[in-house]
Design a protein around this ligand. Structure first.
Ligand code: NDP
Length: 327
């Protein structure tokens, strides 16, 4: 089969298409023919070496496809089943072997590329809005990168929970898309020269001087200080990624001075802690998509061979919504 191999850590060019042996499932595993593989920011962290993964390796954690073989001791899955996943290492390939317990059945009526696009970013948007800071009617949330993969889904889920959502974006097209997803106000942070000062001032203007209850910040290094200063007293900063770079060491005393604030750095795996939790989150997402209440935007698709271009586009801030590889 064909698969992408990251031969070393580095820029997107380390990703090349190679012929590799077909995988076979061990006990508890299934083999899946990959229809769509999701491209996520974490893939770029692993490729560049920010998150250490030994090389060579096949990137990709997410996708959707059809089961082609079932290993021993697997229950609940059969050849021909349509499945999706967000913890299937090596998904940038024509076939991948995944633990059956990491697979979700894709309901009839939901296309496999849509399911692939929903998994990692959708489950993240779900746990951020329902669990890390459980949004309720009356809350005001700031969502950075509002037209990104997580951003579009998180905005919709937050609005559905009754929150008012303010987003940041870097272009006119992104602003348009973010408003369509339900943002009440969109801040153009690309036009700001000093985010730590200008961002909180824009947010306070939009909130009658109060600040927001929660900031969902996946941008990290460039926004962190501005995010903290945009919070109302006792507000929560949910730092869930570092698209602009990782946030450096931080003096906890700043939380006191800025208004008894909370900071958390969550990770999806800890919010998929049991089969019940996984089924709850995925079930709510699939139901919302089937009911037409959650729009999954596939922004751009690439062939498997174009994985390097997909990474370059994500890192260059040119993408909106989901980026998929179609093997
Ligand atoms: P996005 O589609 O949101 O792409 C990242 C966006 O970040 C860009 O489009 C851009 O939007 C914004 N951005 C701001 N500054 C930069 C920069 N210097 N370089 C690149 N992008 C920048 O990606 P994802 O939806 O896949 O992920 C969003 C964040 O969520 C990432 O940090 C990711 O690591 C994190 N994440 C965390 C998870 C967790 O459980 N902790 C799980 C899933 C994702 P704009 O142009 O509008 O500024």
């Amino acid at each position: 089969m064909l698969a992408i191999i990251a031969s070393a850590h580095g820029s997107p060019e380390v990703l090349t298409l190679r012929e590799v042996p077909d995988p076979t499932p061990a006990a508890g595993q299934v083999t899946v023919a990959v229809t769509a593989a999701g491209v996520n920011f974490i893939d770029t962290y692993q490729r560049s070496g920010v998150y250490p993964v030994p090389t060579p390796f096949t990137p990709g954690l997410e996708g959707a496809g059809t089961v082609t073989a079932v290993g021993p001791e697997v229950t609940g899955f059969a050849v021909g089943d349509r499945v999706a996943w967000c913890a299937g290492a090596g998904s940038y390939a024509e076939q991948v072997v995944i633990g059956a317990e990491d697979c979700f059945h894709v309901p009839a009526g939901i296309a496999l590329p849509t399911a692939a696009a929903l998994m990692l970013q959708g489950l993240t948007a779900h746990y951020l809005s329902a669990s890390t800071f459980p949004l309720q009617s009356g809350h005001v949330a700031l969502v950075h990168a509002g037209a990104g993969g997580v951003g579009l889904l998180l905005t919709q889920l937050a609005v559905a929970r009754g929150a008012r959502v303010i987003t940041t974006v870097s272009s006119d097209d992104k602003e348009h898309l973010s408003r369509e997803a339900g943002a009440s106000d969109v801040v153009r942070y690309d036009k700001m020269t000093d985010l730590s000062r200008e961002l909180p001032s824009a947010i306070r203007e939009l909130t009658g001087g109060t600040g927001v209850d929660v900031v969902y910040d996946g941008v990290g290094a460039s926004t962190f200080d501005g995010s903290l200063a945009s919070l109302a007293p006792r507000g929560t900063l949910v730092l869930f990624g570092g698209a602009s770079g990782q946030v450096p060491a931080f003096d906890l005393q700043r939380l006191n001075a800025a208004g008894s604030l909370w900071v958390t750095r969550p990770s999806l795996g800890h919010y998929l802690a049991s089969q019940e939790e996984r089924a709850w989150r995925a079930g709510e997402l699939f139901s919302a998509v089937a009911a037409g209440e959650l729009n999954v935007r596939i922004g751009v698709t690439y062939s498997l061979a174009e994985a390097a271009a997909a990474h370059a586009a994500l890192e260059a801030r040119t993408t909106m919504g989901k980026v998929l590889l179609l093997p």
